[in-house]
Write a new protein. Structure first.
Length: 486
């Protein structure tokens, strides 16, 4: 018990009382008005100090015999006793009550009589509160839509469960007592493909004392069902007793089903994109052939006929007068047909990717004045025609960004065959890409187009850029295995 006489002599009496973990109150022996109280009793009563300061001690007592409390205080003052004990009932702010044992001691504070009341709750009250809290915890655990657990792995590697909340059988298909007796039942349900990841993550969690974070499937034969389980647990080194994990198991089958549906939808969209892109390229080829073969052929035939007509009919002055204009018109139409054919699908693509990119670099240099250079480590690179087209379209988009945005004086296109993968780089010495680009700009749309084309090819794509230092677009595309020639 604390020496209250010493405390009362201290200038920090009020702070000492308020911070004490002993349940106590001090009230005036004259008016019974509360002067101060400890934090412990305020917590029990659920009152603030300001609220208590406006009350008398009798306002907290609800035993019928407490009507005699003023007489008891008078008796204490008369007898000047420091050890008067009283069993009574106190009332909380919410109206609930609890039994207490009071010890009343008379003190002098600044020449005024005060009573220090220390309060002890009987043991059964403490037990009741603990039981109430445990019951409340059990209710909360029972309502958690997951399985709370503790498991331990000893030095032999054997795993045992030391705690399992309700719902064990609903989640895992194993009765709680059965899993307590044999934890291997759960791990035997993990499907073959996921057992390695479980073993690896369990071992790493134990070695590094890092959170165990595993997702995998279990096969419940009784129900002929497969479930996705998420297991999250924090490890603790328990010395000779091994490692103990405390965590949560959750059924994530529903979210995994959504993930699978989403992946399938994305795969279907990717297939559709590939199909549409193929159809588009086929249509481009058809249009190019039509322009080149039919319309171009007709214009060429027309030019030849006009030339023959003028040569065989030199006396027709009116036609001779229009000859330069008609020749110019037909020649311009032929060039336009060739230009449109090239833009739709350059015929150089049929000669391979190295020839196509070399031609692209030359065309870009002629059109923009930017010094373009093409480098390739294999002049006879044999690739699938569809891959050739995709790589060319990627290079076209990158060159368009250089032409319209980079303000570069030089650029390079690199193509390297690494046997198992293809590396392509487009480099410029321009102003670099901005740190933030609006999604609706041509610059960002082309970068997104490149990223999507690379993703469809199963490759990786990156952009490196520094303000005023240019930019580097790099992509890696996996290549099919080449046949071994004996």
């Amino acid at each position: 018990m604390q020496n209250y006489a010493t405390m009362l002599a201290s200038p920090d009496l009020k702070q000492a009382i308020c911070a004490s973990d002993t349940r106590m109150i001090i009230f005036s022996a004259d008016s019974l008005r509360l002067m101060t109280s400890s934090e412990a009793i305020r917590h029990d009563l659920n009152y603030s100090q300001a609220a208590l300061n406006s009350m008398k001690v009798t306002d907290l007592l609800c035993d019928p015999d407490d009507e005699k409390f003023p007489d008891i205080v008078s008796q204490i003052r008369t007898n000047r006793t420091n050890d008067f004990r009283l069993n009574t009932v106190m009332q909380r702010s919410d109206g609930s009550t609890f039994s207490v044992a009071l010890k009343l001691s008379l003190m002098q504070l600044q020449n005024s009589p005060v009573v220090v009341a220390t309060i002890d709750a009987p043991q059964h009250q403490t037990v009741a509160r603990v039981s109430e809290r445990e019951a409340r915890l059990e209710q909360i655990v029972a309502k958690v839509p997951s399985l709370l657990f503790q498991m331990r792995q000893g030095s032999t590697g054997l795993i045992q469960f030391s705690f399992l909340s309700g719902g064990c059988e609903n989640l895992l298909g194993i009765p709680t007592e059965s899993l307590y007796a044999n934890a291997r039942q759960l791990f035997a349900q993990i499907i073959e493909e996921d057992r390695e990841s479980w073993s690896t993550q369990l071992r790493e969690s134990a070695e590094k004392l890092e959170v165990l974070n595993w997702e995998g499937r279990i096969q419940i034969d009784t129900w002929k069902d497969t479930k996705w389980i998420s297991l999250r647990a924090a490890p603790e080194d328990d010395g000779e007793n091994g490692i103990q994990w405390t965590g949560l198991m959750t059924n994530i089958s529903h979210s995994k089903s959504h993930e699978q549906s989403l992946r399938q939808s994305r795969a279907e969209l990717a297939d559709l994109y590939v199909h549409l892109n193929h159809e588009q390229e086929e249509e481009h080829t058809h249009i190019r052939q039509t322009l080149h073969d039919d319309l171009g052929g007709n214009l060429s035939a027309l030019k030849m006929m006009l030339t023959h007509f003028w040569e065989t009919s030199p006396d027709i002055n009116e036609f001779l007068t229009q000859k330069p204009y008609l020749e110019k018109l037909v020649s311009r139409s032929l060039r336009l047909v060739q230009q449109i054919s090239t833009e739709i699908r350059p015929g150089i693509l049929d000669s391979g990717i190295d020839a196509a990119l070399d031609w692209l670099a030359t065309e870009q240099e002629n059109q923009t004045g930017i010094l373009f250079e093409f480098r390739c480590n294999d002049d006879e690179m044999a690739l699938d025609p569809s891959l050739v087209t995709q790589l060319f379209r990627i290079a076209q988009a990158a060159c368009a960004n250089i032409r319209e945005y980079a303000q570069a004086s030089a650029a390079e296109i690199h193509l390297y065959d690494g046997c198992s993968e293809l590396l392509m780089e487009i480099i410029d010495n321009g102003k670099g890409y901005p740190t933030s680009v609006q999604s609706d700009t041509p610059l960002n749309r082309r970068l997104r187009e490149i990223r999507e084309r690379v993703a469809l090819l199963g490759g990786s794509f990156s952009v490196a850029s520094r303000p005023g230092k240019g930019s580097l677009i790099s992509l890696r595309i996996p290549l099919p295995e080449k046949p071994v020639i004996d």
